[in-house]
Write a protein that binds this ligand. Structure first.
Ligand code: NAP
Length: 698
């Protein structure tokens, strides 16, 4: 009922249209029962034209869009795909995935689109961004430097592994699309029918500008011969193919950025403090089991090595075995099933081969290579394998468990003596994507993290406090770095704003503050301001220009002001009290509270007498007090429009009391507040954030 019952010729979506593949193509099979379901091929495609089309057709359209527009585009795409998700689940079962496995792949992938869409709030309303802080480069303040990030003019080429046909694509395109760069996705052929189904929905939605996404199902052919220096290639897959591609002559000669996520021997450590009966004991056993059985262990982050204090070895083996006994294996369409099949018969043969190699130095303590009992399935026609637990009692003397990755439900348990040993063992994997430690002892966790972090891309510390909410050892998250050193590929993808920087060129720019302001559309201190005698709070969002500025009247700060502020705020810190003996302090006499200066600043720059387009003030960024302000000094403010970010209207739910009524068209305006004394010296500086009404909604 859920299967595609005819041989579908998978399409390649290239040069703006779907094309049916030439020739017979490679036959792709349902992993559960070996029914042929589709064929795929890239025979006859011109990869040179495909790359060129992305660079010339789509890149200019995407790079012109602002981060806000690109973010909204990702959100629209996420909502669209969410509506279609059941269709993807239906197809996903054929990869051997259970509902939960498919949820990680499908909704995890869509979640990535949402997360990246939300990242727009940390980015400007421009097609480019400034990176970091401006740097003054001259004593007279007329010369400065900054860094600007602009979208690369090429295309993101994603060569993906077979295990996450949806997530693998969406986690990557979310990032390059937000950055303003189009993508060519080459999923692993064996499960490309699911990626193809998702791409069909993406294209049909018409949400992306033409050419933003092209799909090729089948061999990558001579694709890499045609990449150029403005392109970025990402690869997820096995280390040996990764090495082959990374050292491709065109990648090397054109200096094409290449991000690699390869197989890694991830590990999980049971803390020495944990004993049977503890909450952490159960957390550990369940987490190991989960890592072995979710996606039938076909996760790049799955736990391959399990390090256990030597005095708990026997109990761990027993507890894990009885937990694994509860795993129902079989046809993922059966609701009782908790572990499906591997993605193909070839993959099963591959896993068995790797286990045979591991068995040369380890012993089998759970599972079998020859038999597995399955529900609603047949092991001769489905790619099923039992969970396999191996034990290696001499982990420092044997390389294999730290070297051989069996990409299935396979883990090796190994003993350790003391946390230093656990750290050393974790490093024998020569670089991994993820490691976990299960401990309720803070010093153990600290020692492990600081000792082992150099060799792992991510470290999860699990205990009773976070286990319920934890996303688990195996889940890379869109806002955290995914990747790892050494064997894991030395790559780094996602990671919030860090991720999009892979697709942006960072360029140092130098010039006068006014020039850098004009280029970046972000006001730089010491740039010329615009004073048109209209208070900027009287202007609507559209009427404000970067650099609009007022210089306020001076206000005398008296001792009585400082006393009154101390009384109102309750801040009676000695430096603010007139009777303090100031010898051996940082101050000469009673000093104004920094927060008083900031409040007095607001009193000076706020135009308060009538209603105006400023809807609210919602915070202060980067508030600094740079010089003490003593009673008897004067204060005045240079107040400048620094940056503007237009916002889309929020959908208001009238059933939620706090949101009754309709949203107001508005944008965020950041203002630079420079607080100066009678010598024109800076006593404080801040960026304040306001919401300002727009005349027209976007
Ligand atoms: P794979 O055999 O290395 O293939 C990965 C991708 O490379 C596929 O799209 C494959 O296409 C393509 N490819 C193979 N040879 C190529 C060539 N000569 N030129 C261009 N592309 C080529 O890996 P897999 O079997 O799909 O995935 C399993 C492996 O991936 C495991 O070792 C696992 O650890 C690793 N993995 C790592 C991560 C991570 O984030 N670190 C994530 C998932 C998986 P075809 O399918 O058409 O051959």
């Amino acid at each position: 009922m859920y299967e595609i019952l005819f041989m579908q010729k998978l399409g390649n979506f290239i040069l703006g249209k779907w094309t049916e593949h030439e020739g017979d193509g490679q036959v792709l099979y349902n992993a559960v029962n070996q029914t042929p379901i589709a064929t795929a091929s890239t025979q006859g495609l011109s990869f040179e034209d495909i790359l060129d089309y992305a660079r010339k057709k789509s890149n200019p359209a995407l790079r012109k869009m602002t981060f806000q527009e690109r973010g909204r585009m990702l959100k629209a795409l996420a909502l669209h795909l969410l509506e279609k998700k059941e269709k993807f689940y239906t197809i996903s079962y054929q990869t051997g995935a259970t509902r939960i496995d498919s949820w990680i792949d499908i909704e995890g992938g869509i979640g990535n689109l949402f997360s990246n869409a939300s990242l727009r709030r940390k980015l400007p309303d421009e097609s480019f961004a400034l990176d970091g802080e401006g740097i003054p480069l001259g004593k007279q303040n007329s010369f400065m430097g900054h860094h600007i990030l602009v979208p690369k003019e090429g295309v993101a080429v994603h060569i993906n592994a077979y295990n996450f046909p949806v997530w693998g694509m969406l986690e990557k395109i979310a990032v390059n699309l937000l950055a303003g760069v189009p993508a060519i996705v080459k999923p692993a052929t064996v499960t490309s029918y699911l990626t193809e189904a998702v791409v069909r929905e993406i294209i049909a939605s018409n949400i992306l500008p033409e050419g933003s996404l092209q799909l090729i199902c089948g061999s990558a052919g001579d694709l890499l011969n045609h990449v150029q220096s403005q392109d970025v290639v990402t690869f997820t897959g096995s280390a040996h193919i990764g090495l082959l591609l990374k050292s491709h002559p065109t990648i090397l000669s054109e200096a094409v950025p290449f991000n690699m996520e390869a197989d890694s021997l991830n590990c999980m450590v049971l803390g020495e403090d944990v004993k049977p009966g503890d909450v952490e004991w159960d957390i550990f056993i369940k987490e190991v089991k989960k890592e072995m059985t979710v996606k039938a262990g076909q996760k790049c982050t799955a736990v391959r090595r399990v390090f256990v204090p030597e005095n708990k070895l026997e109990e761990v083996c027993k507890a894990l075995s009885s937990e694994l006994d509860k795993t129902a294996i079989g046809n993922p369409l059966n609701e009782k099933v908790r572990m499906g099949s591997l993605a193909s018969m070839e993959q099963r043969d591959e896993v068995k081969k790797q286990v045979q190699q591991l068995l040369a130095s380890s012993q089998l303590i759970y599972g079998s290579l020859d038999s597995v009992s399955v529900i609603d399935a047949n092991i001769t026609t489905g790619a099923f394998i039992s969970p396999i637990v191996l034990l290696n009692e001499t982990p420092f003397a044997t390389e294999a468990p730290h070297n051989i990755e069996a990409f299935g439900p396979v883990s090796t348990i190994m003993p350790y003596k003391g946390i230093d040993d656990a750290i050393a063992l974790s490093k024998l994997g020569k670089g991994s994507l993820c490691s976990s430690i299960i401990t309720n002892h803070q010093q153990t966790a600290r020692k492990y993290v600081l000792g082992a972090a150099s060799h792992h891309g991510r470290i999860l510390v699990l205990n009773r406090e976070c286990a319920k909410e934890s996303t688990g050892h195996g889940s890379p998250l869109p806002l955290l770095v995914h990747g790892g050193p050494g064997r894991a590929g030395g790559g780094e993808e996602m990671g919030g704003l860090r991720g999009i920087k892979h697709y942006l060129q960072r360029t140092a720019i130098q010039g006068s503050p006014s020039m850098i302001t004009a280029i970046s559309n972000v006001y730089q201190p010491n740039a010329k301001g615009n004073n048109d005698n209209i208070h900027p709070f009287k202007k609507y969002f559209e009427e404000l220009s970067i650099g609009d500025q007022i210089i306020t009247e001076k206000r005398l700060i008296t001792s009585s002001d400082i006393d009154q502020f101390a009384n109102i705020s309750g801040d009676h810190f000695y430096a603010h009290l007139i009777n303090t003996d100031f010898s051996n302090t940082m101050f000469e006499e009673q000093v104004a509270h920094g927060y008083f200066i900031m409040s007095a600043a607001a009193g000076l720059f706020v135009d308060s007498y009538e209603k105006n387009p400023v809807l609210l003030n919602y915070g202060i960024d980067e508030l600094r007090f740079t010089k003490p302000l003593y009673a008897g000094s004067s204060l005045y403010i240079r107040f400048t429009c620094k940056e503007k970010i237009a916002q889309e209207m929020k959908e208001i739910n009238p059933d939620i009391p706090m949101t009754k009524g309709s949203d107001i068209p508005k944008g965020i305006v950041k203002w630079l507040v420079e607080m100066l004394d009678e010598k024109d010296e800076l006593v404080g500086i801040a960026t304040i954030l306001t919401m300002v009404e727009m005349k027209n909604k976007i």
